[in-house]
Design a protein around this ligand. Sequence first.
Ligand SMILES: [Zn+2]
Length: 399
Amino acid sequence: METPGSQTSLHRANLERVVRAVRMAGSLTQAEIARSTGLSAATVSNIVRELKEGGTVEVTPTSAGGRRARSVSLSGDAGIVIGVDFGHTHLRVAVGNLAHQVLAEESEPLDVDASSAEGFGRAEQLVNRLIETTGISPGKVIGVGLGVPGPIDVESGTLGSTSILPGWTGINPSEELAGRLGVPVYVDNDANLGALGELVWGSGRGVRDLAYIKVASGVGAGLVIDGHIYRGPGGTAGEIGHITLDESGPVCRCGNRGCLETFAAARYVLPLLQPGHGPDLTMERVVQLAREGDPGCRRVIGDVGRHIGSGVANLCNLLNPSRVVLGGSLAEAGELVLGPIRDSVSRYAIPSAARQLSVLPGALGGRAEVLGALALVLNEMGDSTLLESTLPAATPAFT
Ligand SMILES: [Zn+2]
């Protein structure tokens, strides 16, 4: 055991700070590492040299602001992470390394009536097939991130009621998949993973406070506060869809009236347009028609944006994020929906809460959740395994 406060434990803590900074950022210059860890440039330089000699990090020449710099990333072959995402109609798997490179990615359709056993069986096959095609040794896999389209109970780890895969309620998704793959599995809902994906790979790069809004069959938000997903003790943080906008509005599936969801989610919005556009209308089609100039679809998309903006304004007053990223197919509407969101935010949020806010479309589209699942492993994994090659095995203190 190392004595807390000793030189050795201080040194180890500094190594972990540097590894953690690089692990979440993908690659950083030494100056950026110094800024984000608070360590001196000389300390960072020494630590990076030590980590490079141990094979934990790779250092490549780059330029920053026209000056020569050294870019530090985790070694690509230090470990493999896997993302699995069960979505509305698909199963998607991605394989990546610790240097944030996506090595393989594939998706296949999944029926909403599929049993959980069938779903996890298919996931196991797809993971094994991708590992085989990339030629990676299965022993290199450090962990799997798993996205499910519903709430996860923080204490029991079970999936709560979900309208997307109704037969799956009550199962423990991480146990199911870990039993099949034999590696640790970290699980989260689609909104939180979308937030992590955009934070690490997409429109949220470079910020530490972000809200990811996903509008699909419901309206949810993934909240990143100071670089970490905020879940709350029960795992229900981010239920922005149930902010009350109109006390005498339509009855929501949660039992209240006039929730944001009743003004923005597909099941409430589509019936407004179906008389003129037929019963098979989807949100994807509404977005497409709006882009082509259909006045009714434009009006509805604009109204959805205004209502989401009211919710986002409340969120800004409470959390003051620097970025809001809109995900899901609605983001494809671009300025048709983003403009009205910004208008509502500037109308309803306290000016100081909205001043530094940018509202952007997601950059990752339908890949946000599976890339977020990769980021979840990078976020949750400890640094001990990574440091094994750099640090000598700890010697017992009393022998
Ligand atoms: Zn509600």
